[in-house]
Design a protein around this ligand. Structure first.
Ligand SMILES: Nc1ncnc2c1ncn2[C@@H]1O[C@H](COP(=O)(O)OP(=O)(O)OP(=O)(O)O)[C@@H](O)[C@H]1O
Ligand SMILES: [Mg+2]
Length: 455
């Protein structure tokens, strides 16, 4: 494949000596005083590795491919240089950040606002699933930063009078490998056609595509590659385990683990919306404070679930891969891969929801008789053999009866929910978070589980 005009092979940056790294401040990187103060207020005493590498180059005007592990401060690594440049040459519709999910767009906007509040930065979040009119009004005010999922941004580029990105100076693709994937191909190509070629482009992710072809689509100019991932792409302070169990006992083992690790905050990943909803109902019926987050919920319910979990009002978030990338919820202690991820890269992102910013965390992956090959692929990708999570199988089996009963109720509720939806032919939002199942929980013998410690 011949290199296109816009794309050169990225230059690799030599790693700075450790000592040098430890003493660097944001000011040393070239960040302006008012933004250094903003970092200070967020409790960012010193820059992270990726910030040390990427910020000075970004401030020099280079295009960047930034690769660093989950929870390592990549958002700051692209937000600070953009805000710095915005202060130097103030302009409306200055930067566009593309993200693969709506929740992540809101989070990035919060980060921009937190860093830029003292300089009056305005941002707009343009994502699907919510009222388009209020977004048009927000765009009419010409914010400095637009954070968007590709599909809804196209809608506005095509239909919102007076809105265009012809003066754009910065384009960021966060979770760039995902954004440059096939699913977003048409949208991203359309966006690239209507923004200036003469702009800066930043690609960031914890996993980057090696396919030059895909990177070429981002039309980078003489990019630098800042890669600070260590040998293993997962975080050092993350304890990773697997559990080899027969498929039919997955629910029982899940309940056992939740009891064993009671008092922690969990993110549990399932492969489908349906299984996410079902498992949430199941756990609720057993007295756990579980809440689902998946693509078949209305956007207000999705944000509602996430906020309840973030505020610690619920201790278990059950989610599809819609929550696997980018979300920063510092108090997540344990990630459970209830259904094994089919794409190995998703494993890295999912388990990266815990052990962020130097904290520790645990990840447990369920491997059934059908998942062995997928699991081997994951071990190969992360370059590690994982240990087994220790369990007392006799104790697990004692839970079977109650779990079976809760499964039966969950199936009933799921069926009722489905029928209600069919009748109204619309999202019967109120049951999305399974709060409606509270009554049923009491029908299950015992209500609370025997071994649960204060939750
Ligand atoms: N210099 C810093 N010092 C301390 N904390 C920081 C610093 N920079 C960022 N953080 C915090 O670290 C956490 C993780 O940052 P961020 O979400 O940007 O990670 P990320 O590298 O984008 O991870 P992911 O790959 O999961 O998207 C956030 O809570 C952020 O506020
Ligand atoms: Mg991120």
């Amino acid at each position: 494949m011949a290199a296109s005009e816009e794309h050169d092979s990225p230059t690799e940056v030599p790693q700075p000596a450790v000592e040098e790294e430890e003493t660097k401040t944001f000011k040393d990187l070239g960040v302006t005083d008012v933004l250094c103060e903003a970092c200070d207020q967020l409790g960012w005493t010193k820059p992270t590795k990726i910030q040390i590498e990427a910020i000075p180059l970004a401030l020099q005007g280079r295009d960047i491919i930034g690769l660093a592990e989950t929870g390592s401060g990549k958002t700051g690594a692209f937000a600070l240089p953009i805000l710095n440049a915005l202060l130097e040459t103030p302009q409306r519709l200055f930067a566009l950040v593309l993200t693969p999910t709506r929740e992540l767009a809101f989070q990035i906007s919060e980060q921009f606002e937190a860093l830029g509040s003292s300089i009056g930065v305005q941002s707009a979040v343009i994502v699907g699933g919510i009222d388009s009119m209020s977004q048009s009004l927000a765009l009419a005010k010409k914010p400095h930063i637009v954070i968007a999922t590709p599909g809804r941004l196209i809608d506005h580029l095509e239909n919102t009078k007076g809105f265009n990105l012809r003066a754009l100076k910065y384009l960021v693709m966060d979770e760039a490998d995902r954004i440059l994937n096939m699913d977003f191909e048409t949208e991203v190509d359309k966006i690239l056609k209507v923004i200036p070629r003469d702009r800066k482009t930043f690609l960031f992710s914890a996993t980057m595509t090696k396919k030059v072809q895909k990177l070429q689509r981002a039309a980078l100019k003489n990019p630098v590659k800042c890669a600070v991932s260590s040998k293993y792409q997962t975080v050092e302070k993350l304890q990773q385990y697997y559990l080899f169990i027969p498929s039919k006992f997955k629910d029982t083992y899940l309940v056992y683990i939740l009891n064993e690790l009671a008092g922690n905050s969990f993110m549990i990943f399932c492969s489908t919306c349906n299984n996410t909803q079902r498992t949430a109902l199941l756990l609720r019926n057993l007295g756990f404070t579980a809440i689902p987050l998946h693509g078949q919920m209305s956007q207000s319910k999705r944000l509602g679930s996430l906020n309840k979990f973030k505020a610690k009002a619920r201790s278990i978030l059950l989610a599809t891969d819609v929550a696997s990338r980018g979300l920063d919820i510092p108090h997540v202690d344990v990630v459970v891969n209830f259904d094994i991820p089919t794409h190995s890269k998703d494993y890295i992102h999912r388990v990266g929801r815990t052990a962020r910013a130097g904290r520790s965390g645990k990840a447990i992956t369920f491997v059934t008789q059908y998942d062995v090959e997928l699991f081997q692929r994951i071990e190969h990708l992360i370059g590690k053999k994982l240990p087994v999570f220790p369990t007392q199988d006799d104790e697990v089996m004692m839970l079977t009866e109650r779990v079976t009963e809760a499964q039966r109720f969950a199936r009933m509720e799921l069926r009722e929910h489905g029928e209600k939806k069919k009748r109204t032919r619309e999202d019967v939002g109120d049951n999305d978070d399974t709060e409606g199942a509270l009554g049923v929980r009491n029908k299950v013998a015992g209500g609370k589980m025997k071994k649960r410690k204060g939750r």
